[in-house]
Design a protein around this ligand. Sequence first.
Ligand SMILES: [Cu+2]
Length: 224
Amino acid sequence: MIRTVLFGLLIPTLTLPLFAGGLQGPVQLREKDGRPRASLKDCVAILEPIEASVSAAGPSRPVSIRTVGKAFSPRVSLATPGTEVTFPNLDHILHNVFSVTQGNRFDTGQYQPGEAPRVKVASPGLVKLYCNVHHQMNAFLWVVTTPFAQLLDGKAGVAFGQVPTGTYRLRLWHPEAGEKAWTVKIGGGVTLGAWELDISLPALEPHKNKFGRDYAPPVDDRNY
Ligand SMILES: [Cu+2]
């Protein structure tokens, strides 16, 4: 912690929390046969205050989720309430994005190649995104109010710094594992831990189209 002595008073430097610590440690994603998955791609870590002085995060920078090769990219994104999300269509076919997640329902309608519809997410939580044209397209948007949230793509685990001391809930999530949560106490230094998630869900969750009906049989539109 940095402090400045001014006229005999101790003035804490405002940019740093008064008492800050960190949380670090490896995350392991275990396959159904028990072997560890090599990559933490699509894994999300969210550190939420239970008893700690943390201000809610304001709207984050716009999030872009492209449709390319008949898939959403990236498949998992992070946002805060009020964040604008755009969906640029980089394919040569029509797409659609809809969500029937309560609190964040929307439907872009079908949109052309080159178009980029926008929506604003409202409520915290996990928003499941689908395309009404292509059953296999799915993506996930985590809307969080804490400033401590990260995607674990390319990482070995969680690493949060400048965390005010207190009690937190560490939530780990993966599309094929669902969510697991732990209570962690963070003191003045770096708190260490190790966490595991078990793969138990299918790669593509069964789902209906935006009308709540089964998808029509696929048509041949391979020229995306
Ligand atoms: Cu599509």
